[in-house]
Design a protein. Structure first.
Length: 395
């Protein structure tokens, strides 16, 4: 994908599966005798780069922690609810008269309040108070202290929060995905992309190659990546070094890549010493645009410079780009998630009222709330199935 112009146009890539001839034969039409052979690969279309984004000022941060962050204008495209989502049916005999205390990231109070309002139509005795200040990290700390019943966080929990929780209680916090993130809304859990310089001829990468390039642990089994030849390029690119760019630990984007790409079940990945880290995600795309040998990652909302976004694949699956459709359908492997976190003691059932609230959130009606808000992306049925399996698994 080629980004062209001073902040004007960018080129995005998506996987193109060549099915044209099969479709023609199915309809009784054969290709012309002189038609060239199909060359499966990628298709390209013009896509504007994101507008420049900047860190919040101290005044904006303080206001967001009190009132929640100002919502952006929704994306023009509109996802559809997955037809496989089950409708909500209230549990028989469950009478709810309870008030819960919740923490929340500053980008989530509006969505949480909309969920509560919709749930109260079935259970008017349910009340949930969102405590201030609004910050996922502070909420996780208060959950550990026992001052909150649940916390809504727009990212994965920090490893230090999980370790502190485990040290106190002897088990890990209950953390279940309840919504998709956004496509490229700044600050609202935008999807993540790997990028190279626009002159780089590489067409795609997979998680094993990315792990071998960025990590010291290489849990996915790849050999160490130091040159573009190690990633399959030939000719003048074969001996050129791979310059790695990323976000300094700890950061939500960095933790997401570490968990999703560098780690495998039971083994946490570690970054190698060759990564040039920035404290935040704001300038990574600019560094990649300035370095012909760069390979870096950042959030989609921060891609404000001329770079080439790479389709990525996992375990032999198709390489997909972060197009709106691929992110909205959760097929793109670096789409992000929102989590509900609570203290669910090992060996005991989940609090029945919270369990019912979760069942509602994960239902068709609950995900319709996400759709109506228009900022985040509703979960797909496969994601809901995974969340329900997590809820029902022995702890």
């Amino acid at each position: 994908m080629r980004f062209n112009g001073a902040g004007s146009l960018a080129m995005a890539s998506v996987a193109l599966i060549a099915l044209a001839s099969e479709g023609a034969r199915a309809q009784g039409h054969a290709p012309a005798a002189d038609a060239p052979p199909i060359r499966a690969g990628t298709t390209h279309w013009a896509l504007p780069t994101a507008e420049p984004v900047f860190p919040q000022t101290d005044e904006q941060k303080q206001k967001a922690m009190r009132e929640g962050r100002i919502l952006p204008a929704p994306e023009a495209l509109w996802p559809r609810l997955d037809t496989g989502l089950a409708s909500y049916t209230p549990a028989k005999g469950l009478k709810i008269h309870a008030t819960y205390r919740a923490g929340s990231s500053d980008v989530l109070p509006g969505l949480v309040e909309a969920w509560v309002a919709a749930f109260r139509k079935y259970h008017p005795g349910f009340k949930l108070k969102i405590e201030r200040p609004l910050a996922g990290s502070l909420g996780a700390i208060e959950l550990i202290k026992g001052n909150l019943d649940l916390v809504f966080v727009s990212r994965e929990l920090k490893p230090t929060d999980i370790a502190t929780f485990r040290d106190r209680f002897g088990y890990e916090p209950f953390s279940v995905p309840i919504s998709g993130g956004s496509w490229r809304h700044f600050g609202f859990l935008d999807s993540l992309a790997f990028m190279v310089h626009p002159d780089n001829p590489i067409r795609q990468l997979d998680f094993a190659q990315l792990d071998a390039a960025f990590s010291s642990t290489r849990h996915r089994g790849g050999k160490e990546i130091r040159t573009w030849g190690d990633l399959g390029l030939a000719g003048e690119w074969a001996d050129k070094p791979v310059h790695l760019y990323g976000i300094k630990p700890w950061n939500g984007f960095e933790e997401f890549v570490r968990q999703r790409v560098l780690s495998v079940p039971g083994k946490r990945g570690e970054w190698n010493d060759h990564v040039t880290f920035d404290a935040t995600f704001f300038v990574v795309a600019r560094r990649v645009a300035a370095d012909p040998y760069a390979l870096g990652y950042t959030g989609m909302s921060a891609i404000d410079s001329e770079v080439k976004i790479l389709p990525v694949g996992v375990d032999g699956g198709p390489a997909l780009s972060p197009s709106y459709e691929n992110v909205a359908t959760a097929d793109y492997p670096l789409s992000r998630l929102i989590y509900l976190n609570t203290n669910a003691p090992a060996g005991k059932p989940l609090d029945p009222v919270l369990g019912e609230f979760l069942r509602f959130i994960l239902s068709r009606e609950g995900q319709k709330v996400v759709l109506r808000q228009g900022i985040y992306l509703p979960l797909r049925a496969k994601q809901v199935s995974a969340s329900r399996a997590y809820m029902n698994a022995p702890r």
